[in-house]
Design a binder for this molecule. Sequence first.
Ligand code: SF4
Length: 400
Amino acid sequence: MANFIETQCKTFLNRLSENMFTIRTYSVRLSGNPYSGCQFDCAYCYAAYAHKFNPNVTPEEFGHTIFVNVNAPDVLASELQRDYVNQRKLIREYVALGTITDGYQPIERRYELTRRCLQTFLQYEFPVTTLTKSNLCLRDLDLWQLLSEKGLAVIGFTITRPTTIHCDIKHFLEPNSPSTQIMLDTLRQFVNAGIKTFVFMDPVVPFMSAERENVAQLIREVAATGNKKIFFGVLKLSPLTWELFKRRLMQYDTALISQFEELYLRDGIKEFDRSWVPSYEYRRDLYKFVRDQCQASGMGFSCEGGFYDLWLDDWASIEGLYRHPSGYNLWEIIRSRDGELVTLAQLNRELEVRFNTLTKAYLLQLGALWYERRLFFELPDITPTQVGGDLAYSYVAHER
Ligand code: SF4
């Protein structure tokens, strides 16, 4: 049984800070969360840390104690009125609705906060995106369609296992979310309504859902819905996620604990100094396999990590104008010069032509990472060269 605590938020829109992780990973910077905590209670949940910042709860309670920001739609409306309409401090850029929660978890049926936020985005004609594991989003198909007709909506569906997977694995990983079949049917209805969709096939979990036949089967099932874009990633384990995940493994299958320890803690790497991921070779082999399957099925593909040479498309295909550059875009600008040296000034000029969302904070952090030689961490095909007093980078195809 979940416990719901009604709260009043002072602010709703939150801007991610610019750092190595955000610059390399995300094309969206604004987020807003109508809830904190999530009834889906996934074993691998990356967001449980958020309960460290909520009063009188621990990360262990993330799936059972849910804070409900009952005034979220009103605060959102006043922020858009003040910062977008009146003061012009905001320009249109995507807001990720629900980044530390699923905005369509069951309690949304009662509070309708996500629905009211969508109505607000529609009223102010501001772009919105969300990621969900729930078919409750069908209730709001009308709003998604209206936003979509104005080019202001993208919806992602987290679907990580094929319909054929053993039900024990589903119940262990995602005990309370709808089945894959229900989510494929939901996805199909959004595709048929002409709304831009993507499937977030992340995380697939080693020893459970990452086997080649599972992944290939799921890609076929997703392609059959008409969806055109997949983002793929294997499970990441932050120290907290690993602690919580391991506790559940103790109840499920203790033999798996040492297998995860071996794959992640012994043979893996700690990416961006945040979370463990399997080794470069493990991920590259798996991602390449998935890329080939997506290509054969006529879908776009992108993935986590610095495997940009495997991408078949980037977020431009669905997020259009209202996005920030991702790490892929930085890599791609240098790659497109075919071995020529590119300076920071040249990169910035190119970014300014392509993106109207660049902020001073982004450019400052980009410059710092560029000169600290950290921006292209783990990308063997991008090489720095000192040119007089400046630092430039070039692309040299690398045998991987
Ligand atoms: S749906 Fe997302 S936020 Fe909710 S428990 Fe699962 S991983 Fe966490």
